[in-house]
Design a protein around this ligand. Structure first.
Ligand SMILES: [Zn+2]
Length: 87
């Protein structure tokens, strides 16, 4: 009977630990994604490359590709010039 209680305690501890670990990982990812989204939005609004911070306004915004790093930018100015919008 003692062994069953030990096994039950171990299982409950393991479940609790896994639940807490899952919550921590999910919260961290959510926080990281929120931070990245806000950073990208801030850079895009300033006319900068969201990958390297290169000033896209000086180069002209005829392409969504950054001339400095080659990263694709979803710059609102680029979409305003083109016919397609990101949706
Ligand atoms: Zn760049």
């Amino acid at each position: 009977m003692v062994e069953a209680r030990v096994v039950a305690t171990f299982l409950m501890s393991a479940i609790t630990l896994l639940t807490v670990a899952g919550i921590v990982v999910f919260s961290f990812r959510r926080l990281r994604d929120t931070w990245r989204t806000r950073r990208d939005l801030r850079l895009r609004e300033a006319g900068l490359c969201s990958h390297c911070g290169y000033d896209l306004r000086e180069h002209g915004s005829d392409s969504a590709r950054c001339p400095e790093c080659g990263g694709i930018n979803l710059n609102p100015a680029v979409y305003r010039q083109g016919e397609e919008s990101p949706g």
